[in-house]
Write a protein that binds this ligand. Structure first.
Ligand code: ZN
Length: 102
């Protein structure tokens, strides 16, 4: 388990899981946001930047509003994912390709 901070002071926990559970990296919320990443991606900095961007979005949206907006608006999901992929350093073209799966 790792502990990271977004905005300098807001905590995010990062957990590694075994590959055979087969789960994409994801950012969830309990008492503080946490990120679940497969073992072999545990040190993947690009993926971590992507998921930490979602943690920032959660804090910025006061968590509840973030999830309500994600549930209610496909455009909000696309906006969040675009921002996370941009933070990850992907080009606009690559981001557009990634967003096709949403
Ligand atoms: Zn994402």
């Amino acid at each position: 388990m790792k502990l990271r901070f977004v905005y300098g002071i807001l905590p995010v926990l990062i957990f590694a899981i075994k590959r055979n559970i087969h789960m994409d990296a994801m950012t969830k919320w309990f008492i503080i946001p946490y990120i679940i990443i497969e073992d072999e991606d545990y040190n993947n900095k690009d993926l971590l930047v992507h998921e930490l961007t979602h943690a920032k979005q959660m804090y910025k949206g006061l968590v509840l509003f973030y999830f309500i907006r994600r549930w209610a608006s496909h455009n909000f999901i696309l906006k969040c994912e675009r921002e996370a992929y941009k933070a990850q350093g992907l080009s606009d073209k690559d981001i557009s390709m990634k967003l096709l799966k949403y």
